[in-house]
Write a protein that binds this ligand. Structure first.
Ligand code: SAM
Length: 246
């Protein structure tokens, strides 16, 4: 039997590619890539020749393709799964093949590396001991507001992915939902030449987004609710005293 290997790829700085990633790109029997052109571009920049076959493996075909790739694993192939940037499965393809490999009892492992979530969290200056990753906020305003309200009592540091065209609207909704004073960080173009981390309150960052709209890829990191905020936001939560009465 072979193995499925998930491998992280650089999120901007090609120097972050690990030796293990390079060896896997050269040696895997099959490379399942989110975008085959980007895969060859990365391999070129790394000076690696991809010897195996390359197949497109993206959001729209990953369920359909997973079993065929796993049939090859069953007969001894190493199948490398890479996305356009960062860690596969983190808002990227990969989960379908992991699930099916587990169901079929086939080996799956990971060559870890860059991921914007952890990079931004570590640079934010906000508590990292507990955090939750929320991916992209809903696109529609009403759903976004509802989602943010649900997160109001969350005590852990919250990490979102965001896009330049929605950042202004999202900052308005964050201000409405969480108020002006929560600390946050907007982490932009991580690992790239124009990396920028803006730290401040929600109100500060919102104003900065208006005055100097951020471009490129970005991650938002929001401080968790204080005890008071958490309690005020979730009045229906039972306290220890309530439980004693019950
Ligand atoms: N799998 C990737 C990972 O592990 O980070 C995430 C893929 S998701 C489709 C792309 C989003 O990740 C971007 O819209 C942005 O929010 C975030 N991202 C990726 N690279 C980034 C970078 N260099 N700087 C800031 N954010 C980045």
């Amino acid at each position: 039997r072979g193995t499925v290997v998930l491998a992280a790829t650089p999120i901007g700085n090609v120097g972050d590619a690990s030796d293990r990633l390079k060896a896997l790109l050269a040696d895997a029997d099959i490379v399942a890539a989110e975008d085959t052109r980007r895969l060859y571009d990365l391999a070129n920049r790394l000076g690696v020749h991809v010897n195996g076959s390359v197949v497109a493996y993206h959001d729209h075909n990953e369920r359909a393709k997973a079993d065929g790739l796993l049939d090859r694993v069953e007969t001894g192939a190493t199948v490398l799964v890479v996305s356009d940037a960062g860690m596969p499965t983190i808002n990227d393809p990969g989960m379908a093949i992991v699930r099916r490999a587990i169901e079929r009892g086939l080996p799956v492992t990971c060559a870890p590396g860059p991921s914007a979530v952890l990079d931004a969290l570590a640079l934010s200056g906000l508590p990292t001991d507990r955090f939750c990753y929320e991916g992209f906020l809903p696109r529609k305003h009403a759903e976004r507001v509802q989602h943010l309200r649900m997160l109001l009592p969350e005590r852990r540091t919250i990490v979102f992915y965001e896009t330049p065209h929605r950042i202004a609207d999202s900052m308005d909704d964050l201000l409405d939902a969480f108020g002006p004073t929560r600390p946050m960080a907007l982490c932009r173009e991580l690992t790239k030449d124009y990396e920028e981390i803006r730290r401040g309150t929600i109100s500060d960052i919102r104003q900065g987004v208006i005055d100097d709209p951020p471009r490129g890829e970005m991650v938002l990191v929001i401080g968790g609710a204080s005890d008071e905020e958490a309690q005020a936001a979730a009045p229906s939560t039972l306290s220890i005293d309530d439980l004693a009465v019950l």
